[in-house]
Design a protein around this ligand. Structure first.
Ligand SMILES: [Ca+2]
Ligand SMILES: [Ca+2]
Length: 612
């Protein structure tokens, strides 16, 4: 099973359903590659019609790089008629790439956080109404993996979005508290994330091509056989459910949203929404007098509409990557077009499938009564009556289920986002919050915090990844704001502003430290400052039992905390020279925080000697 987010250096599996229909035993083979390197492959000989589930394993070595990693899945079909040579004819040319998808490989930036909510290092900035927000992807470790057999779409979505969801901050680094705004931003963040991983440019191009190809074959007179084959595959695909979500969510999207009873009124409302009557009139006007053809033309128009809409869709959100800034309206425009194309495309395919199935006669009977009608109101009036025909109702039901699925997805995703926010908020009712903010456009200063046991929170200089050694702690990097949230009982030994990765020669910052007791702010301290490129500034932070905060800048080299760097400090350093840092006393003397007291610390002390 695969999620689009994977923890660095972990293994994962992809389950790929393949629907098939072959007269002779045929070999199907799947190959998964990344960066040109084969990761895993699987093959099986099949005959007749059915679905096979292939499992591909991705080993640790393919998940050691943080960021969006591209994977390519290729399907090979070897036909016996051709002596197991890969097929080359155009209509059989399924020997091509199946899917290209991205998996975000990331790290968790917390250490045993309350409620097991882990922030990941995957963030997106969202521009909306001239404001900027930041969405942080959150992983709920407590939920972990789950058996997904026989789970309904609804239960699956609930589990999925309780496991992964979004925490939304405003530009000041505060959690967005307006529920409606929060839900909309979480929704847009998820759209962008899916666009990065699943609904990528290649994928959308691929579906558009598929729809176009189907429309083309449906137009060709000799295409009956091909359509029959397609249709059969399609019916199977619908039984086995949608391939794409299956690959990415590890479960098939049910063709039917469980627990929903559709009424005739709902069906009618939807048919009006998609302008069904005018599509029918257009098909009739296209001059084909044979009713079968008119129905096929309805499908062809639907497929063509979807394909062109998908091409438009592909113009949006083309540059999503971890840390990207996206536009709220663009994301919604993308999703609306994508949703429309999917519903229209899939139901048009379904229409082609019906054309060659045993449901055809009763279906045709109904449609035949619509064809002579020439105005939309008349068509809708008649349609309402015709919905009594089971096969016709089933068909429209299918269309609406596609739409309902998207609605259900949005509903569950956003409800779970709010739930997650509230769990997070309740987990921060007794904490110390340290926030480092930089002005817009400037970057990037880092924040380090050490406690008296020498445990560190911040960017680790060798691995360039976030280290969170203090249990119960969250670390959020929101771009302009870095926020560290510590349990109320942690004693901060020192806090460091680090300008090693600054861009300008001087950068300014703002530090806010506040204590929260039973959800109330019990103390707050704000400091502003400037720092030179490559320098570090050190502070001591004292927090009284009531939560009052005292912050003092500390001279580098002042190992005895008396405000001056002099012979007393030198004496202490020399007395401890060569020691490995173990306890709170040695931490004070380890000036460059590398856990050993040596010549490097001595050099820093001497450089600051005599300063106060
Ligand atoms: Ca001193
Ligand atoms: Ca040292």
């Amino acid at each position: 099973m695969l999620f689009s987010w994977v923890k660095r250096n972990s293994e994962f599996k992809i389950i790929v359903p393949v629907t098939y229909s072959f007269i002779y035993p045929t070999l199907i083979m799947l190959k998964l590659k990344s960066d040109g390197e084969l990761i895993d492959s699987s093959e099986r000989e099949v005959v007749g019609s059915g679905i096979e589930f292939f499992t591909l394993n991705v080993k640790k070595k393919f998940t050691n790089r943080v960021g969006g990693t591209l994977f390519k899945l290729r399907l090979h079909v070897l036909y016996p008629e051709e002596g197991y040579i890969e097929a080359r004819f155009s209509y059989r040319n399924i020997t091509s790439y199946l899917r290209e998808f991205k998996v975000v490989i990331g790290i968790l930036t917390a250490n045993k956080p309350p409620q097991n909510l882990y922030p990941t290092n995957f963030i997106l900035h969202i521009r909306w109404n001239k404001e900027k927000y930041t969405a942080v992807q959150i992983y709920n470790e407590a939920l972990g993996s789950k058996s997904l057999e026989n789970i309904s779409s609804e239960d699956f979505l609930k589990w999925r979005y309780s496991l992964f969801n979004w925490l939304i901050f405003d530009s000041k680094g505060n959690i967005v508290m307006d529920n409606d705004k929060y839900k909309r931003l979480a929704f847009v963040a998820e759209i962008a994330f899916k666009r990065l991983c699943v609904w990528n440019v290649e994928y959308i191009k691929n579906i558009a091509e598929r729809y176009q190809k189907c429309a083309f074959w449906a137009e060709v007179i000799e295409s009956i056989l091909i359509i029959q084959k397609l249709a059969l595959n399609l019916i199977l695909a619908m039984k086995g459910k949608a391939l794409e979500s299956c690959i990415f969510e590890g479960i098939e999207k049910s063709g039917k949203v469980i627990g929903l009873t559709l009424t005739t009124n709902e069906v009618m409302r939807y048919l009006r929404e998609i302008d069904y009557a005018n599509r029918l009139i257009k098909a009739v006007k296209s001059g084909y007098e044979v009713p079968e053809n008119i129905i096929v033309w309805m499908a062809i128009f639907g497929l063509k509409d979807s394909a062109s809409k998908l091409e438009e869709t592909n113009q949006y959100l083309t540059d999503i990557k971890p840390g990207a800034t996206i536009d709220y309206d663009d994301a919604l425009a993308f999703f609306d077009k994508f949703k429309f194309s999917e519903i229209m495309g899939r139901s048009s395919m379904r229409l082609l499938a019906v054309r060659f199935s045993d449901k055809w006669l009763s279906f045709k009977q109904g449609i035949m009564e619509l064809i002579p009608l020439s105005s939309a109101p008349l068509i809708y009036e008649k349609l309402r009556k015709l919905l009594g025909i089971k096969d016709l109702f089933d068909y429209f039901n299918f269309m609406i289920n596609e739409k309902k699925y998207f609605e259900l997805w949005e509903k569950i995703l956003t409800e779970k986002a709010l739930e997650l926010r509230d769990i997070y908020l309740s987990s921060t009712s007794n904490v110390i919050v340290v926030k480092l903010s930089e002005p817009e456009g400037q970057h990037k200063l880092y924040l380090h915090i050490y406690d008296f046991e020498g445990r560190h929170i911040g960017l680790e200089s060798h691995t360039k990844s976030i280290e969170v050694e203090i249990p119960g702690t969250y670390y959020f990097d929101l771009g302009r704001n870095i926020i560290v949230i510590l349990p109320r009982n942690i004693k901060i030994q020192r806090m460091i502003i680090d300008a090693d990765y600054a861009h300008s020669s001087f950068e300014s910052y703002n530090i806010t430290i506040l204590t929260v007791k039973n959800q109330q702010i019990s103390g707050i301290k704000v400091c502003t400052g400037t720092i030179k490129l490559g320098q570090k500034q050190e502070f001591t932070v004292d927090i009284s039992p009531e939560g009052r905060v005292e912050v003092r800048k500390r001279r580098i080299g002042d190992v005895n905390y008396d405000g001056i760097v002099d012979y007393r400090d030198l004496a202490i350093l020399i007395a401890n020279y060569g020691k490995i840092v173990k306890g709170p006393e040695e931490i004070k003397i380890d000036i460059n925080y590398d856990k050993v007291i040596d010549y490097k610390d001595l050099a820093l002390l001497i450089a600051n000697y005599g300063k106060d």
